[in-house]
Design a protein around this ligand. Structure first.
Ligand code: ARG
Length: 492
C-alpha cells in the first residue's frame, strides 16, 4: 500500500492532498496595523500567521479573501493631526523622510497629550473634526494613510506576501449607524452613562452584575464610533458582501475579550435579524519575548521595528552562508542571505504554538540544526544535490523501483504519506505549527534514511526506489515550505 501510494504521487501536482469536499468562503483578517504608527514586531505575528493560514486554506481548496483591516480611523489620528498642526509641519507624501517625520510627530503628540489633559481634549477635537468630514482634515488624513500604506507595502514585499483587499476601519465609517439602529431596535443595546452598550448576562464577566463593569461599548458617550462599532459593521459587510462562511481574525491575545464580546453580540444580532452568522474564529497569539523574558523592546524601551529585524536577519544569514560556502559569488550569497533571513523570521513565528509566548533569539532562529528554517531549507538543498550529482531531474530514474524495505526507507515513506493529515490539522485548529512540526519530522526521517542507506547504489531496483523517496521528499518539503511562505533555494 505504502509503495503504491508513494509511487502515484509522481503525477499528482497536489501530492496526495485532496481538495476540501465542501469548499468554504473564508475571510482572513490579518496584519491590520494601525496607520501612522510604525509596524512593529507585534504585527509580525499577525502578518506571518495570517498569510500562512491563507496559503494553507487556498491549497486545501477554499475560496479565501485576505483582508488587511488597517486601523485608519481611530484616536491615533487625533493625536497625529494635532501634532502636525502644532508643529506647522507640511506633509509631503513623496518625501523619503515622510514616514520618519510622521513617526516622530506621533511620538511627540502622544507624549504631549499624555502630559497635558487640555492637549488631549484638543486631540479629541481634531478627531471629531476629521470624523465629521472637515475637508482639510480629510485631505491630510488621506496623505498620512498613503505614506503609511506604502511603508507597510515595502515590508510585505520583502516577505513576498499580499492581501487581496485593504478595507480598514475608515471604510466602515458610514456603516455604523445601521449597527446602532438595529441593535437598539432588537433591544440588544442600551444607553449607559451616555454610551450605547451591550451586556451579556449569560457570561459572568460581561454581565451587568459583574463587579468589573465590562459591557461591550458600541458607541462612545461623545457619539463617536469605536473599535467595537467598526467591527460589528465589518462583520455585517463580510457576511453580506463577501458572503463569508467563516471569518478568521488574527490578533494578539490581549484582544480576547473584545472578540469574545464581538462574537456574542454578532450571534444575538444576526439571530434577531434573521441572518446567518458566519463561523467566527479568533486566532490569537502570545507575545514575542526578549532574552530578559519580557515583551521584546529596544534599549530605549521603544517597540522594535520590523524593518530593523529584517535587516539584521538578512545580515546574519549572509554571514552564516559566507562562512559555510565562501566560494559562492557574493551576489548569490547576498540573495541566499535575503531568502534565509525572512524565512527564518517566518519560521520562528510559525513553528511555535501560537498561543504560547516565545523567546526571540538570533542564534536559535538561524541555526542550521534543529526545528528551524535553515535546517529545512538545507534538507531540500541536500536532496536536490543528489539529483544534480547524478544528472537526473527530480522524478527521473524511478522505473523498476521495488517496495521500501529497510527500516529507514519504510519510516520515511510513512512520513511522506502524513502530509495531508498535517495540513488538515493545521487548518482545523488554525495552528500552522502542526505543518512545521511535520516538515521537521520529515526532514529528520530523511536525514536518518540518508545516513543509513546510500542512494546511488549499483542495484538498479534499489537505486530507483531510493531516488523515488528522495523525489517525494523534496516535492513535499518544497510544497510545505511554500505554504509557510518560504521559498526554497538551490544552494546554501
Ligand atoms: N488594528 C488592530 C491592532 O493593531 C487590529 C485589527 C484586527 N482586526 C479587527 N477586525 N479588529 O490592534
Amino acid at each position: 500500500f505504502i509503495a503504491s501510494a508513494i509511487s502515484s504521487l509522481a503525477t499528482d501536482p497536489r501530492l496526495g492532498v485532496a481538495p476540501a469536499a465542501k469548499p468554504k468562503k473564508i475571510l482572513v483578517d490579518f496584519s491590520s496595523p494601525n496607520v501612522a504608527k510604525p509596524m512593529h514586531v507585534g504585527h509580525i505575528r499577525s502578518t506571518i500567521l495570517g498569510d500562512c493560514l491563507v496559503r494553507v486554506a487556498r491549497f486545501l481548496g477554499h475560496e479565501v479573501t485576505a483582508d488587511n483591516h488597517i486601523g485608519d480611523w481611530g484616536t491615533n489620528f487625533g493625536i497625529l493631526i494635532l501634532a502636525i498642526r502644532r508643529a506647522g509641519f507640511q506633509l509631503d507624501a513623496k518625501s523619503p523622510t515622510a514616514l520618519e517625520d510622521l513617526e516622530r510627530l506621533y511620538k511627540e503628540g502622544s507624549l504631549a497629550t499624555k502630559a497635558d489633559p487640555a492637549l488631549m481634549d484638543a486631540a479629541r477635537a481634531e478627531l471629531a473634526k476629521l470624523q465629521s468630514g472637515d475637508a482639510a482634515s480629510l485631505a491630510l488624513w488621506k496623505e498620512i494613510v498613503e505614506v503609511s500604506n506604502a511603508a507597510c507595502q515595502r515590508i510585505y514585499d520583502q516577505f513576498g506576501l499580499k492581501t487581496d483587499v485593504i478595507l480598514g476601519e475608515s471604510f466602515y465609517r458610514d456603516k455604523v449607524d445601521q449597527v446602532y439602529a438595529e441593535l437598539a431596535k432588537h433591544k440588544l443595546a442600551e444607553e449607559s452613562e451616555g454610551a450605547l452598550v451591550v451586556w451579556h448576562d449569560e457570561e459572568p464577566r460581561f454581565s451587568r452584575d459583574a463587579e468589573t463593569k465590562m459591557p461591550f461599548i458600541v458607541r462612545k458617550k461623545d457619539g463617536s464610533s469605536n473599535y467595537a462599532s467598526t467591527d460589528l459593521a465589518t462583520l455585517l459587510y463580510r457576511a453580506e458582501h463577501f458572503k463569508a462562511d467563516e471569518i478568521v481574525y488574527v490578533t494578539d491575545g490581549r484582544q480576547q475579550d473584545h472578540f469574545h464580546q464581538l462574537f456574542l453580540t454578532g450571534d444575538k444580532w444576526f439571530k434577531a435579524s434573521g441572518r446567518k452568522l458566519p463561523r467566527l474564529r479568533h486566532v490569537w497569539f502570545g507575545t514575542i519575548l526578549g532574552s530578559d523574558g519580557k515583551a521584546i523592546k529596544t534599549k530605549s524601551g521603544d517597540p522594535v521595528r520590523l524593518q530593523e529585524l529584517i535587516d539584521q536577519a538578512e545580515k546574519l544569514a549572509f554571514e552564516a552562508v559566507t562562512s559555510k560556502n565562501p566560494d559562492l559569488p557574493e551576489a548569490e550569497r547576498k540573495a541566499i542571505g535575503k531568502a534565509i533571513g525572512v524565512a527564518a523570521m517566518r519560521y520562528a513565528d510559525l513553528s511555535s504554538n501560537r498561543t504560547m509566548d516565545y523567546t526571540f533569539s538570533w542564534g536559535k532562529l538561524l541555526a542550521f540544526e534543529g526545528n528551524t528554517a535553515p535546517y529545512l531549507m538545507y534538507a531540500v538543498v541536500r536532496v536536490r544535490s543528489i539529483f544534480r550529482k547524478s544528472g537526473l531531474a527530480v522524478g527521473q530514474g524511478e522505473e523498476g523501483a521495488t517496495d521500501p524495505e529497510t527500516p529507514a526507507e519504510i519510516a520515511l515513506a510513512r512520513k511522506l504519506l502524513a502530509f495531508t493529515a498535517a495540513l488538515d490539522q493545521a487548518l482545523e485548529e488554525l495552528r500552522p505549527h502542526h505543518l512545521c512540526t511535520y516538515l521537521h519530522e520529515l526532514a529528520a526521517a530523511y536525514g536518518a534514511f540518508y545516513a543509513a542507506d546510500s542512494v546511488l547504489v549499483d542495484d538498479p531496483a534499489v537505486k530507483a526506489r531510493r531516488l523515488m523517496l528522495c523525489a517525494r521528499t523534496t516535492s513535499i518539503m518544497e510544497c510545505g515550505l511554500r505554504l509557510l511562505g518560504i521559498e526554497p533555494v538551490e544552494r546554501m
